[in-house]
Design a protein. Structure first.
Length: 371
């Protein structure tokens, strides 16, 4: 699955306590050759490590062990290497397996617990900054889920929608004097009201920035008859055929995405400057980690590719190099930034990813504090 499938409801399911063991495997992967040639070998070795862990665990019965191993083998067989991104996460119990391809790297690990490890999924989704795009015409509306890298049609909330087709009515045309305009007919208005209602349900279930694509009259009428258009962060005034492809859509959206990215970056800079002015600012991994743990962080900004291995030493984070890190040391956290992102989101903080080096003077991570 892709990160945009990680809804709040699914995340709650993944975090639910399960009969031991719930197995989580994570590993970095490569998108292109020749680097991706090593991924299959690393995955086999990782699954073998998981098998050894299961064999050595006295809490795991023979039947459960065999069932989990079977699910892991099924997961390996189901992986499509052509869809590889920057990390792979496999979740498995005796009854199921899930495969997640992430656009953010994750360390190599095997975790046996009574719940799945979700920090890498949560951080990857936050970094991907998914959005909705609604293409609108007088007789159809299509919903797409996208990130800066890809988009796909999303059959959420009843989309795609097609307006009911009515047979021509010569008597009506005679009374009116002409065929009614596409965007003044009551049928079109009612159709776009329905589009508005269904899109509001989608946004309530999975809030994301919304972009609208359609001819000016279609977008104007959507503005007039509903509420959802007022929430749009960007618009592309262009015809939206029902068979618009995701790649064509992304091409059309690029200017709107870039414009919003610049506005968003300026907005975040302003919020951090304001926090410094009122002495409610934390900079650097150790300070931000402490603020998040205490529930004081209201906004956390992280550079997109910032990741750091640390050792937790008396409530402080001490950075260590990858070569010096001992994976067997329980105080070593290879993905502390992902852990921090998940904890911040769980505490109700807003987490945003910003361009690399934009927070260079603040240790590549910063926060605006609530108090």
């Amino acid at each position: 699955m892709d990160t945009d499938a990680l809804t709040a409801g699914l995340l709650q399911e993944l975090r639910a306590v399960k009969p031991y063991p719930a197995v989580t495997l994570t590993m970095p992967t490569h998108r292109r050759a020749p680097d991706n040639a090593q991924d299959a070998v690393r995955l086999r070795n990782l699954v073998s490590r998981a098998g050894h862990r299961l064999d050595a665990d006295p809490e795991v019965t023979r039947e459960v062990r065999a069932a989990v191993k079977q699910q892991l083998d099924r997961a390996v067989d189901a992986i499509d290497p052509r869809r590889a991104l920057d990390a792979l996460v496999i979740l498995a119990t005796p009854d199921e397996f899930q495969i997640w391809q992430l656009p953010r790297t994750a360390p190599e690990r095997v975790v046996l617990s009574d719940t799945y490890l979700t920090r890498n999924l949560v951080a990857a989704k936050a970094q991907a900054q998914p959005f909705w795009t609604l293409t609108v015409a007088a007789d159809h509306a299509v919903l797409f889920s996208g990130t800066s890298e890809a988009a796909h049609e999303a059959p959420n909330g009843g989309f795609p929608l097609t307006a009911p087709r009515e047979a021509p009515n010569p008597q009506r045309e005679e009374r009116v004097g002409d065929t009614p305009s596409t965007f003044t007919g009551e049928e079109t208005r009612q159709f776009l009201r329905t589009v508005d209602e269904k899109m509001r349900v989608v946004l309530a279930a999975d809030p994301r920035p919304l972009y609208l694509v359609g001819l000016a009259p279609a977008l104007a009428l959507l503005d007039e008859v509903g509420e959802v258009a007022k929430e749009a962060v960007g618009r592309v005034t262009k015809g939206a055929p029902a068979d618009t492809t995701p790649s064509d859509l992304l091409t059309e959206l690029r200017p709107a995405l870039e414009a919003r990215r610049k506005r968003f970056a300026a907005e975040i800079d302003g919020k951090l400057d304001e926090a410094r002015g009122r002495h409610a600012f934390a900079g650097g991994l150790d300070e931000v980690w402490a603020a998040v743990r205490e529930g004081r962080a209201g906004l956390v900004a992280v550079e997109e590719h910032y990741q750091q291995t640390v050792r937790v030493d008396e409530e402080h984070l001490v950075p260590v190099s990858g070569d010096a890190a001992d994976p067997a040391d329980a105080n070593v956290r290879e993905d502390i930034v992902d852990e921090l992102v998940e904890a911040a989101l769980d505490s109700g903080a807003e987490v945003v990813f910003v361009a690399d080096d934009s927070l260079k003077g603040h240790g590549r991570i910063a926060a605006s504090l609530r108090f």
